[in-house]
Design a protein around this ligand. Structure first.
Ligand code: COD
Length: 162
């Protein structure tokens, strides 16, 4: 069985993340989406909220399991007995960061490979940070995130998005 771990902040999940998951599901039998419990950053959504938003967004993808992790990614990957990390690549700007993460993880364990999928053109500009920025001011994010994420954003920002 081919299993991959797709780690990230997912604060919140976007159509960009979903694109990687949908395409990854054609390659892997199972994908574990692993939400980072980041103690240094103050995310907009709690870990449980992020996990629930991902679960709802992936109801049509039975191969997807949603989990969270604390500490080093490589330790989590090993604890799940998996040896592939799935990551998405948007642009050249992502490449340097992704290369760094992949290289560190390779240094920590030679058994674990990072598998990259290029984003679809129409999702290449989407990031969770941009979604939050735009939604905060009540602008339209319907092409960027699923409807239930829009509702969650509206609840957080206490307003209707246009
Ligand atoms: N199109 C395609 N892919 C996308 C898009 C899009 N529009 N948006 C995001 N993605 C991809 C990203 O490139 C990434 O591969 C993935 O989706 C998740 O993205 P984010 O932004 O939600 O998550 P990140 O990049 O903040 O996640 C970073 C980690 C949590 C993986 C990293 O910080 C980590 O592993 N931390 C644990 C500590 C550790 O092990 N450190 C050592 C290695 S850095």
């Amino acid at each position: 069985m081919k299993v991959a771990i797709y780690p990230g902040s997912f604060d919140p999940i976007t159509y960009g993340h979903l694109d990687i998951l949908q395409r990854g599901a054609k390659v892997f039998d199972k994908i574990i989406v692993a939400v980072l419990i980041n103690h240094n950053k103050k995310p907009l959504f709690s870990v449980e909220e992020r996990k629930e938003l991902i679960r709802h967004a992936t109801l049509d993808l039975p191969q997807v399991e949603v989990d969270s992790f604390d500490g080093l990614l490589i330790d989590y990957v090993k604890s799940r007995d998996v040896n592939v990390i799935l990551r998405g690549l948007r642009a050249i700007s992502d490449f340097e960061y992704e290369l760094q993460i992949a290289s560190i993880n390779r240094k920590l364990s030679e058994q674990v490979e990072t598998f990259f999928l290029m984003t679809s053109n129409n999702h290449s500009f989407i990031s969770s940070a941009m979604v939050k920025e735009v939604a905060r001011y009540g602008a339209d994010v319907k092409d960027l995130v699923p409807p239930h994420v829009i509702t969650a954003l509206q609840e957080k920002f206490g307003q209707e998005t246009r």
